[in-house]
Design a protein around this ligand. Structure first.
Ligand code: ADP
Ligand code: ADP
Length: 234
């Protein structure tokens, strides 16, 4: 079942550079879908369009069968799209719990409001348990290893209701051990019914983790395939 369709997206930057030309991306609910291609192929641009941080010149976006207009990241989040960039956007001097609830509406936390630490810790701890993350939510982000900072970013997106989670080259900053842990985590999210778009240019990672892949080249879509079909040994 298709959860996301980006249909014939064209994105031209202000300097006239065509970063996406008639790109189509179809993603099924509950799959881990790789978005592959060399540096400069247009992967980040396509995801910026999906997240509402770039506006396309042409094309349609359909989420759960309904055509949507995504004008900014808040609208993307409201539609269940979550983004984990390569560069983390966390406040180092705040705790994990504070980072997780930062900027969220007080009404989501009952009568206490988001500044009540005990309440914040409870919400954060419950989210960790729900999604299977092992984190001490009372620790400051600046004390964390990169892999744990990334977990906080993923949790932030999930707490905000991300059904479609986009990860922009998430393994680039991780150790092999952290990468292995991330893959376990992503498979668990898949089991919970989440859909994952995994941006990568490592075929070995795609082979290990993903169900299907779409390849971009020079701003155009080369096509979509089932990973097992294109990596089969004979
Ligand atoms: P990828 O994520 O596949 O590496 P990007 O979408 O980041 O590719 O970039 C695609 C191309 O668009 C690159 O050549 C890049 O330099 C160019 N590009 C990205 N952002 C801009 C911008 N704001 N203005 C002009 N060109 C851009
Ligand atoms: P990413 O690694 O996410 O693809 P980059 O490091 O390529 O991002 O680019 C960082 C920022 O600079 C982005 O916001 C991108 O849109 C912008 N950018 C990239 N290439 C160009 C370019 N040729 N002209 C103007 N802006 C660009």
């Amino acid at each position: 079942e298709e959860i996301l369709l980006m249909d014939n997206i064209t994105k031209v930057y202000a300097n006239g550079f065509v970063a996406n030309k008639d790109v189509t991306l179809s993603v099924n609910k509950g799959e881990i879908h790789a978005l592959c291609g060399e540096n400069g192929a247009g992967k980040s641009t396509l995801m910026k369009v999906l997240f509402g941080s770039e506006t396309p010149e042409e094309g349609r976006i359909v989420i759960k069968g309904e055509e949507v207009k995504i004008n900014n990241p808040l609208e993307a989040i409201a539609l269940g799209v979550g983004m984990v960039w390569q560069h983390f956007m966390l406040c180092p001097s705040l705790t994990i719990a504070e980072n997780l609830i930062l900027g969220m509406e007080p009404k989501k936390f009952g009568k206490f409001g988001p500044l009540n630490m005990a309440q914040a810790n409870k919400v954060a701890q419950e989210a960790c348990e729900k999604y299977g993350f092992k984190l001490d939510v009372t620790r400051k982000v600046e004390e964390l290893a990169v892999g744990n900072k990334q977990k906080v970013e993923i949790l932030k997106a999930l707490i905000r209701g991300a059904e479609i989670l986009i990860l922009d080259e998430p393994t680039a900053v991780l150790t092999p051990q952290e990468t292995a842990e991330l893959f376990v985590q992503l498979r668990h999210l898949k089991e919970l019914g989440h859909t994952i778009i995994f941006i990568s240019h490592h075929l070995d990672e795609v082979k290990e983790l993903c169900d299907r892949l779409t390849v971009l080249r020079l701003g155009k879509s080369v096509g979509t395939a089932i990973v097992a079909d294109v990596t089969q040994q004979d």
